[in-house]
Ligand binder design. Structure first.
Ligand code: SF4
Length: 397
C-alpha cells in the first residue's frame, strides 16, 4: 500500500518578520477557531471539493486505497493556535483517511511554547517539532523582527524533551542583518550543542515584497538593510555550516537540510521525490504526480468558501512532460543522494549521458551507473547546472 503526505497551512503570526514575504497575517485570536473548523470541514469534504475543482481522489493519490503516513502543520506560526484546535485537525484526518502516522510535525516558534501546550501536542500525536530558531544572537533576532530571544530557545527545548518529543528540528538563517562570521559561528555552535535531531539552514532571500526587501531598494535604514552580510560572506557561512555540521555527526541530505542518521524529514522528502501529498488550509498546495493545485491564499476568503461548501482551490495545473522533467531535476537534485538517471531517460525518452559526461568532467556532477548527483562543492550553483542539463534535452512541451 502506497502512502501519501498531508500538509496543513496555518497562515497566522504574532508579528510580521522584516524579511518575510509569505502570505501570512497578524489577526485576532478569535479567528483561529473558525479557521480550524474550516480546515476540518475541508478535510471531511475533500472528495466532493476536489471533484468540483476537476481533481478526482483517484487522480490525486492513485487508484488504490492509500494511507496518510506523514503530516506537517506549517505556517505562519501554527503553535499560536490552542492545542485543541491542532488536535481537531489531526482528528479530522483520522476520521476521513486511512492513517498510519510515522511523522507528525508541528512548526513552532520558541516563545509560544509552554509545558502544558507541549504535553497536549505530544498527546495529540505530534512527534516532531520544527523550531523557528533562526539565530541565537538577540541583536539579529531583534533586527529581523522576531518575537523570540535566545533565552526562549533554551527555555523551550527542555520543555519539549520533557513532554516526550524525540525529534526536534532547528531552522537557522544565513544572511540576517547584523550577522557576522563570529555571530554565525555562535549560532551554529549553540544550535549543535543543544543536539537537535535535524537542522535546516536557509540562505536569506531578499524579496521586494518584504519590508526589508523594500528598504534594500530604497536604501533605508529602519530594518538594518545596510547591515546585511555580503553574498560572499553568506556563501562562507554556508560552507562553514557544511564543515561544522559534518564534524558534529549531521549528514547533509538536501541543499538546506542536515540530520542525524535516520532523522531526515520523511514528509519533506516527499516534495523532493515528487511523491503525492494533499494540502489543506489557505494557500496550501497539493501534488498528485500529474497535477498541482493550490488553495486561495486569503484566509478569510478560504474560510468563507469552505463554510459555504465550496472548493477553495484557486489554480489547477496539469504538468506537461517538459515541466515534469524540469521538476525531476530542480527538486530531485536538491537531494545529495541524487536521482535515477535510468528512470528519467526511460520515463521521458531523453538521453542525458553525453551532457552528464561533460558536466562530470568539469567536476559539476558525479555520475555512477544510473545515479546522478550534484558535486558536494557545487550545491550553490545547482540552478546553473540544471539549466545546462535541461538545455540538452527536447521534451514535448
Ligand atoms: S514567523 Fe515565519 S511566516 Fe510568520 S512572519 Fe515570521 S517568517 Fe513570516
Amino acid at each position: 500500500m502506497a502512502n501519501f503526505g498531508v500538509y496543513i497551512q496555518v497562515p497566522f503570526c504574532q508579528t510580521k518578520c522584516t524579511y518575510c514575504n509569505f502570505h501570512t497575517g497578524v489577526v485576532s485570536p478569535g479567528r483561529f477557531a473558525p479557521y480550524a473548523a474550516a480546515v476540518g470541514r475541508e478535510i471531511g469534504d475533500h472528495r466532493p471539493l476536489l471533484e468540483s475543482a476537476g481533481v478526482t481522489m483517484a487522480s490525486a493519490i492513485g487508484p488504490q486505497a492509500q494511507s496518510v503516513d506523514t503530516v506537517y502543520i506549517g505556517g505562519g506560526t501554527p503553535s499560536l493556535l490552542e492545542p485543541e484546535l491542532l488536535t481537531s485537525m489531526l482528528d479530522a484526518l483520522r476520521a476521513n483517511f486511512e492513517c498510519s502516522f510515522t511523522e507528525v510535525t508541528l512548526e513552532a516558534d520558541p516563545e509560544t511554547i509552554d509545558a502544558e501546550k507541549a504535553a497536549q501536542w505530544a498527546a495529540a500525536g505530534f512527534n516532531r517539532i520544527s523550531f523557528g530558531t533562526q539565530s541565537f544572537v538577540d541583536e539579529e533576532l531583534k533586527a529581523a523582527g522576531r518575537m523570540h530571544r535566545r533565552e526562549d530557545i533554551y527555555r523551550a527545548v527542555p520543555i519539549l524533551r520533557t513532554a516526550g518529543i524525540r525529534n526536534i528540528s532547528f531552522d537557522l538563517i544565513a544572511g540576517l542583518p547584523k550577522q557576522t562570521h563570529a555571530s554565525w559561528r555562535t549560532s551554529l555552535g549553540e544550535a549543535m550543542a543543544l543536539s537537535p535531531e535535524h537542522i535546516s539552514i536557509y540562505m536569506m532571500e531578499i524579496d521586494e515584497g518584504s519590508r526589508l526587501g523594500l528598504e534594500v531598494l530604497q536604501s533605508g535604514s529602519r530594518y538594518s538593510a545596510r547591515d546585511l552580510p555580503s553574498e560572499e560572506a553568506m556563501a562562507e557561512f554556508y560552507e562553514l555550516a557544511q564543515v561544522e555540521l559534518r564534524a558534529a555527526g549531521y549528514i547533509q541530505y538536501e541543499i538546506s537540510n542536515w540530520a542525524k542518521p535516520g532523522r531526515e524529514s520523511r514528509h519533506n522528502l516527499k516534495y523532493w521525490r515528487r511523491e503525492p501529498y494533499l494540502g489543506f488550509g489557505a494557500g496550501a498546495h497539493s501534488f498528485s504526480g500529474t497535477q498541482r493545485w493550490a488553495n486561495r491564499h486569503d484566509a478569510a476568503a478560504y474560510v468563507a468558501a469552505i463554510s459555504e461548501g465550496k472548493s477553495a482551490i484557486d489554480t489547477v495545473d496539469t504538468l506537461t512532460p517538459a515541466l515534469a522533467l524540469e521538476e525531476e531535476f530542480f527538486l530531485g537534485l536538491r537531494q545529495l543522494s541524487g536521482i535515477d538517471l535510468g528512470h528519467i531517460e526511460h520515463e521521458y525518452g531523453v538521453s542525458l549521458r553525453e551532457t552528464v559526461g561533460k558536466l562530470a568532467s568539469r567536476g559539476m556532477v558525479e555520475a555512477h551507473g544510473n545515479n546522478l548527483r550534484l558535486a558536494a562543492d557545487k550545491l550553490s550553483v545547482s540552478s546553473e547546472i540544471i539549466v545546462e542539463l535541461l538545455r540538452s534535452v527536447q521534451v514535448a512541451a
